[in-house]
Design a protein around this ligand. Structure first.
Ligand SMILES: NC(=O)c1ccc[n+]([C@@H]2O[C@H](COP(=O)([O-])OP(=O)(O)OC[C@H]3O[C@@H](n4cnc5c(N)ncnc54)[C@H](OP(=O)(O)O)[C@@H]3O)[C@@H](O)[C@H]2O)c1
Length: 260
């Protein structure tokens, strides 16, 4: 691995969903810590703005516009990361969507889209990255959610998708342990990003949702992107060198609550 000016090893991180929210904050944080970062999402202008921000702080990053549901684009994105940044050490497949709807209110096409986006794209991105991770060896930190291990009404397909991510993390952790690759996830509670509004909540409903978050999260408030990015950076670091197959709640206690 290349050496940074501080003498620390410089890794290459491939981060999907880097144009917004948790992915963006994680890209900025890892770059600040000395990693070279491939910033991946569909919105080129937002990615370029992030790259400018990182380079303005003397970091190294490239923007790779890519729809993670299109296999050829992901394959090309990984190849570009390896050729332009010199490899791939840390995979953070953060791109994701949310949608409301019970089982009965969810058309099968919408269910398929959720699974294609939140599960299949994560699996496919890992499949493309693993041959490169094996050379270092590197690690993967995925994004689950409190909904991955607790049931909530009205977000059926999202809950199912995140449960699938958690089981993929455990299976991959076992499969890849002999290669020295660690695979973990974080499971955030509500974090302020664009996720819920992109998923259909209007501003008033979102404001009420955040307000209700003061009660639904035992620590008394919803999370910020730094809560998630710091946890991801920890799991991706050598400090977490003996942790694999873990799903770390980052949720202000949301996941341990129960109606009474
Ligand atoms: N925010 C929360 O409360 C929360 C809680 C638990 C878990 N999470 C998880 O955290 C992850 C990040 O979400 P966020 O809250 O940061 O949401 P966000 O602000 O909406 O960001 C989502 C990111 O995913 C990217 N994306 C969506 N569809 C894509 C596609 N087809 N191809 C490539 N990129 C795509 C978006 O970029 P483009 O539009 O530019 O493509 C964007 O960068 C998700 O997996 C989410 O499920 C979030």
């Amino acid at each position: 691995m290349a050496e940074t000016r501080s003498g620390a090893s410089s890794r290459v991180a491939f981060i999907t969903g880097a144009s917004s929210g948790i992915g963006r904050a994680t890209a900025a944080l890892l770059a600040k810590q000395g990693d070279r970062v491939a910033c991946v999402a569909r919105d080129r202008a937002r990615l370029e703005s992030l790259v400018s921000e990182i380079e303005g702080a003397s970091g190294r990053a490239i923007a790779i516009p890519c729809d993670v549901t299109v296999e050829a684009q992901v394959e090309q994105a990984v190849a570009r990361c390896v050729s332009e940044l010199g490899g791939l050490d840390v995979l953070i497949p953060a791109a994701g969507i949310i949608a409301s709807g019970s089982l009965e209110a969810t058309p099968m096409e919408a269910f398929d889209h959720m699974m294609r986006m939140n599960v299949r794209s994560v699996v496919h991105t890992a499949k493309c990255a693993v041959p490169h991770l094996k050379k270092r060896p590197g690690c993967i930190v995925a994004l689950s959610s409190t909904t991955g291990f607790r049931a909530f009404p009205g977000v059926f397909s999202y809950c199912v998708s995140k449960a699938a991510v958690e089981q993929a993390v455990r299976c991959l952790a076992l499969e890849l342990a002999p290669a020295g690759i660690r695979v973990n996830a974080i499971a955030p509670g509500v974090i302020v990003t664009e996720l819920h509004r992109r998923g259909g909540m209007d501003e008033a409903a979102y404001a009420a949702f955040l307000e209700r978050g003061k009660a639904t999260h035992p620590l008394g408030h919803v999370g910020q992107v730094a809560d998630a990015s710091e946890a991801i950076a920890y799991l991706a670091s050598e400090k977490a060198g003996w942790i694999t197959g873990a799903v770390l709640p980052v949720d202000g206690g949301r996941g341990i609550t129960c109606l009474r």
